[in-house]
Ligand binder design. Structure first.
Ligand SMILES: NC(=O)c1ccc[n+]([C@@H]2O[C@H](COP(=O)([O-])OP(=O)(O)OC[C@H]3O[C@@H](n4cnc5c(N)ncnc54)[C@H](OP(=O)(O)O)[C@@H]3O)[C@@H](O)[C@H]2O)c1
Length: 291
């Protein structure tokens, strides 16, 4: 797998955020590629099932862009949406038929004949590991999906699927506002089994930048500011480098819709935080010294 160190998340590119038109999608894709951010993170549901197709319009008109990028997409969440009138409640579906159908939809929407990496979006209480493994095996044999993984799975949930089919990615919420993956064995399991971790909402969905009375956010911002001066960079860069410094090899999935902020994210690749600086941010987040 050749994911870029920073991954461009597309969740807010369409109607769930910036409402890019086709020209803006094209510009953003090209800006990312020129910055070395070659991996794009999608899900079938983004933009209420519309963002993949909007992105795919660019690939349809410029097919040569496809070989310069890697596409991740996800399946398994069934949203209630005018675009899916058959869904009566929000639910999960990780059945063989749903996975196969969702991949067909994504291939059509994205105007591509292969997906680089398919993730099961959320753990499903009705998860049948044999059935998921069968779908993954067939998709791999058909050349429609090259790599497979999961998202938001706990260690034991990855372990179940990994016992049937090689899991290569676990994409989890991970930032200074969400430390669970550091504490509950998720990242240890990734390191142990050479699974690539990806961090969604690496900047806490933007909450680390809002004016707030929240003392935790104030502490993190203050330390990020001090370290930004020390490393001669900006607070965003420090927040990304805090994630990139972890030895499990986490790929931040950035959600920004601004090319300049994508560029800042890539600056972080060259910064290795000193241990004590990493722990200053950890302490700012937890509010206490380590034991
Ligand atoms: N697997 C999952 O279950 C899951 C769940 C959620 C998301 N994701 C993926 O993760 C990606 C990232 O999620 P996210 O959007 O929550 O990530 P994020 O990068 O933590 O947050 C992005 C938000 O922060 C804002 N922001 C960034 N830098 C800023 C700054 N310096 N000052 C003020 N605001 C700033 C952005 O606004 P601007 O656009 O204005 O820069 C944007 O609204 C998504 O696109 C999606 O691909 C996956």
């Amino acid at each position: 797998m050749n994911f870029s160190a920073i991954i461009a998340g597309t969740m807010k590119w369409g109607i769930w955020g910036a409402r890019f038109n086709t020209a803006a999608y094209e510009q953003m894709i090209k800006d990312c590629l020129s910055l070395g951010v070659t991996t794009f993170d999608h899900a079938d549901i983004y933009g209420d099932y519309t963002t993949e197709a909007e992105f795919g319009e660019v690939l349809n008109s410029e097919p040569s862009l496809r070989s310069a990028m890697q596409i991740i997409t996800k399946c398994g969440i069934q949203k209630v949406s005018p675009n899916r009138p058959e869904h009566k409640i929000k639910s999960y579906d990780t059945s063989y038929d749903h996975i196969m159908q969702s991949v067909e939809n994504s291939l059509n929407n994205l105007s591509t004949d292969y997906i680089d990496c398919l993730l099961i979006h959320r753990p499903d209480p009705l998860f049948n590991a044999d059935e998921v493994a069968k779908a993954f095996t067939h998709l791999k044999e058909q050349g429609k999906v090259l790599h497979f993984g999961v998202s938001n799975f706990k260690r034991w949930q990855v372990d179940l699927l990994h016992s049937r089919f090689t899991v290569e990615v676990n994409q989890v919420e991970c930032s200074l506002l969400h430390l669970e993956s550091f504490l509950d064995g998720t990242l240890d399991y990734c390191q142990q089994h050479h699974i690539t971790p990806m961090a969604w909402s690496p900047l806490g969905a933007g909450n680390l930048f809002v004016e707030t009375d929240d003392e935790r956010i104030q502490r993190i911002s203050a330390v990020a500011g001090i370290l930004a001066e020390k490393y001669n960079t900006s607070a965003d860069v420090i927040l990304y480098s805090w994630i990139l410094t972890h030895p499990s090899g986490i790929h931040p999935v950035t959600g920004t819709t601004k090319p300049e902020r994508i560029r800042l994210a890539t600056e972080a690749i060259n910064i290795q935080l000193e241990r004590e600086d990493w722990f200053m941010l950890w302490r700012a987040s937890t509010g206490k010294e380590v034991a």
